[in-house]
Ligand binder design. Structure first.
Ligand code: HEM
Length: 141
Protein backbone atom coordinates (compact mmCIF):
# COMPACT_ATOMS: atom_id res chain seq x y z
CA UNK A 1 0.00 0.00 0.00
CA UNK A 2 1.18 3.53 -0.68
CA UNK A 3 1.48 6.02 2.21
CA UNK A 4 -1.47 7.91 0.75
CA UNK A 5 -3.60 4.77 0.70
CA UNK A 6 -2.70 3.95 4.31
CA UNK A 7 -3.73 7.48 5.32
CA UNK A 8 -7.00 7.27 3.39
CA UNK A 9 -7.94 3.96 5.00
CA UNK A 10 -7.10 5.31 8.47
CA UNK A 11 -9.01 8.54 7.92
CA UNK A 12 -12.16 6.90 6.55
CA UNK A 13 -12.02 4.19 9.23
CA UNK A 14 -12.10 6.92 11.91
CA UNK A 15 -15.23 8.35 10.27
CA UNK A 16 -16.77 4.92 9.91
CA UNK A 17 -16.26 4.10 13.58
CA UNK A 18 -18.94 6.67 14.39
CA UNK A 19 -21.55 4.21 13.11
CA UNK A 20 -22.73 1.80 15.82
CA UNK A 21 -21.36 -1.79 15.68
CA UNK A 22 -24.91 -3.17 15.59
CA UNK A 23 -25.77 -1.11 12.50
CA UNK A 24 -22.50 -2.00 10.77
CA UNK A 25 -22.98 -5.66 11.64
CA UNK A 26 -26.56 -5.68 10.40
CA UNK A 27 -25.57 -4.06 7.12
CA UNK A 28 -22.52 -6.23 6.56
CA UNK A 29 -24.03 -9.62 7.38
CA UNK A 30 -27.36 -8.86 5.66
CA UNK A 31 -25.46 -8.05 2.49
CA UNK A 32 -23.15 -11.07 2.85
CA UNK A 33 -26.01 -13.52 3.42
CA UNK A 34 -28.32 -11.96 0.84
CA UNK A 35 -25.66 -12.36 -1.86
CA UNK A 36 -24.34 -15.69 -0.54
CA UNK A 37 -27.07 -17.58 1.38
CA UNK A 38 -24.87 -20.70 1.57
CA UNK A 39 -22.52 -18.90 3.99
CA UNK A 40 -25.19 -18.36 6.68
CA UNK A 41 -24.87 -21.85 8.15
CA UNK A 42 -21.18 -21.27 8.95
CA UNK A 43 -22.12 -18.60 11.50
CA UNK A 44 -23.92 -18.89 14.87
CA UNK A 45 -27.63 -18.08 15.11
CA UNK A 46 -26.90 -15.16 17.42
CA UNK A 47 -24.60 -12.79 15.57
CA UNK A 48 -24.34 -10.02 18.13
CA UNK A 49 -20.87 -10.93 19.45
CA UNK A 50 -19.63 -11.49 15.94
CA UNK A 51 -20.22 -7.83 15.01
CA UNK A 52 -17.93 -6.54 17.73
CA UNK A 53 -15.22 -9.16 17.09
CA UNK A 54 -15.04 -8.29 13.41
CA UNK A 55 -14.89 -4.55 14.11
CA UNK A 56 -12.24 -4.96 16.83
CA UNK A 57 -10.04 -7.06 14.59
CA UNK A 58 -10.39 -4.64 11.69
CA UNK A 59 -9.65 -1.79 14.05
CA UNK A 60 -6.42 -3.31 15.31
CA UNK A 61 -5.35 -3.94 11.73
CA UNK A 62 -6.15 -0.43 10.50
CA UNK A 63 -4.31 1.16 13.44
CA UNK A 64 -1.17 -0.80 12.56
CA UNK A 65 -1.53 -0.78 8.77
CA UNK A 66 1.88 0.79 8.22
CA UNK A 67 3.58 -1.95 10.27
CA UNK A 68 1.57 -5.05 9.35
CA UNK A 69 4.59 -7.29 10.04
CA UNK A 70 3.95 -6.73 13.77
CA UNK A 71 0.62 -8.46 13.26
CA UNK A 72 1.80 -11.42 11.20
CA UNK A 73 1.52 -13.97 14.02
CA UNK A 74 -1.90 -12.72 15.03
CA UNK A 75 -3.10 -12.80 11.42
CA UNK A 76 -1.69 -16.31 10.84
CA UNK A 77 -3.42 -17.60 13.98
CA UNK A 78 -6.67 -15.98 12.92
CA UNK A 79 -6.34 -17.51 9.46
CA UNK A 80 -5.80 -20.93 11.01
CA UNK A 81 -8.94 -20.56 13.13
CA UNK A 82 -10.82 -19.66 9.96
CA UNK A 83 -9.80 -22.97 8.39
CA UNK A 84 -11.47 -24.66 11.38
CA UNK A 85 -14.63 -22.63 10.76
CA UNK A 86 -14.73 -24.13 7.26
CA UNK A 87 -13.55 -20.98 5.47
CA UNK A 88 -11.99 -21.59 2.05
CA UNK A 89 -9.82 -19.20 0.00
CA UNK A 90 -12.70 -18.44 -2.41
CA UNK A 91 -14.80 -17.09 0.50
CA UNK A 92 -12.46 -14.13 1.05
CA UNK A 93 -13.62 -12.41 -2.15
CA UNK A 94 -17.26 -12.69 -1.08
CA UNK A 95 -16.54 -11.22 2.35
CA UNK A 96 -14.42 -8.48 0.76
CA UNK A 97 -17.30 -7.42 -1.52
CA UNK A 98 -19.73 -7.21 1.41
CA UNK A 99 -17.18 -5.26 3.44
CA UNK A 100 -16.56 -2.71 0.69
CA UNK A 101 -20.30 -2.33 0.12
CA UNK A 102 -20.81 -1.70 3.87
CA UNK A 103 -18.03 0.89 3.97
CA UNK A 104 -19.55 2.61 0.95
CA UNK A 105 -22.99 2.81 2.63
CA UNK A 106 -21.48 4.03 5.91
CA UNK A 107 -19.26 6.68 4.32
CA UNK A 108 -21.75 8.15 1.86
CA UNK A 109 -20.18 11.11 0.02
CA UNK A 110 -16.75 10.35 1.49
CA UNK A 111 -16.65 7.16 -0.62
CA UNK A 112 -14.49 8.26 -3.57
CA UNK A 113 -12.62 6.22 -6.17
CA UNK A 114 -9.36 6.77 -4.27
CA UNK A 115 -10.98 5.56 -1.02
CA UNK A 116 -12.38 2.51 -2.78
CA UNK A 117 -8.95 1.69 -4.24
CA UNK A 118 -7.22 2.13 -0.90
CA UNK A 119 -9.67 -0.23 0.88
CA UNK A 120 -9.48 -2.74 -1.97
CA UNK A 121 -5.69 -2.88 -1.67
CA UNK A 122 -5.92 -3.05 2.13
CA UNK A 123 -8.39 -5.95 2.16
CA UNK A 124 -6.48 -7.81 -0.58
CA UNK A 125 -3.22 -7.51 1.35
CA UNK A 126 -4.87 -8.85 4.50
CA UNK A 127 -6.79 -11.67 2.84
CA UNK A 128 -3.78 -12.70 0.73
CA UNK A 129 -1.72 -12.95 3.92
CA UNK A 130 -4.42 -15.04 5.58
CA UNK A 131 -4.79 -17.37 2.57
CA UNK A 132 -1.02 -17.78 2.12
CA UNK A 133 -0.37 -18.54 5.78
CA UNK A 134 -2.91 -21.37 5.77
CA UNK A 135 -1.63 -22.82 2.47
CA UNK A 136 1.88 -22.91 3.92
CA UNK A 137 0.81 -24.57 7.17
CA UNK A 138 -1.17 -27.16 5.20
CA UNK A 139 1.92 -27.87 3.12
CA UNK A 140 0.13 -26.93 -0.09
CA UNK A 141 1.87 -23.64 -0.79
C1 HEM B 1 -9.86 -10.26 6.44
C2 HEM B 1 -10.92 -11.00 6.61
C3 HEM B 1 -11.53 -11.44 7.91
C4 HEM B 1 -11.39 -10.93 9.19
C5 HEM B 1 -10.60 -9.72 9.65
C6 HEM B 1 -12.19 -11.79 10.05
C7 HEM B 1 -12.31 -11.65 11.42
C8 HEM B 1 -12.93 -12.56 12.26
C9 HEM B 1 -12.85 -12.52 13.70
C10 HEM B 1 -12.08 -11.51 14.51
C11 HEM B 1 -13.56 -13.59 14.18
C12 HEM B 1 -13.74 -13.95 15.67
C13 HEM B 1 -13.15 -15.28 16.02
C14 HEM B 1 -11.66 -15.41 15.76
O1 HEM B 1 -10.89 -14.45 15.93
O2 HEM B 1 -11.28 -16.51 15.33
C15 HEM B 1 -14.11 -14.29 13.02
C16 HEM B 1 -14.89 -15.41 13.08
C17 HEM B 1 -15.47 -16.03 11.97
N1 HEM B 1 -15.28 -15.66 10.66
FE1 HEM B 1 -14.05 -14.23 9.99
N2 HEM B 1 -12.79 -12.76 9.30
C18 HEM B 1 -12.41 -12.58 7.98
C19 HEM B 1 -12.79 -13.35 6.91
C20 HEM B 1 -13.75 -14.32 6.94
C21 HEM B 1 -14.24 -15.05 5.78
C22 HEM B 1 -13.75 -14.86 4.34
C23 HEM B 1 -15.19 -15.91 6.22
C24 HEM B 1 -16.00 -16.84 5.32
C25 HEM B 1 -17.29 -16.83 5.27
C26 HEM B 1 -15.29 -15.76 7.67
C27 HEM B 1 -16.11 -16.50 8.50
C28 HEM B 1 -16.02 -16.51 9.87
C29 HEM B 1 -16.72 -17.49 10.73
C30 HEM B 1 -17.66 -18.59 10.24
C31 HEM B 1 -16.38 -17.18 12.05
C32 HEM B 1 -16.81 -17.92 13.32
C33 HEM B 1 -18.15 -17.51 13.79
C34 HEM B 1 -18.46 -18.21 15.11
O3 HEM B 1 -18.67 -19.42 15.08
O4 HEM B 1 -18.48 -17.53 16.12
N3 HEM B 1 -14.40 -14.79 8.06
N4 HEM B 1 -13.71 -13.64 11.88
Amino acid sequence: MTTEQVQLVKKTWRMFRGVSPATVGDLFYSKLFMDNPHLRKMFPADMEQQYQKLLDMLNSIVIRLDRLDELSEEVAAMAQRHVQYGVRPAHYKLVGSALLWTLQKGLGDEWTEAVENAWTVCYSALSDTMIKSTCLSEGAG
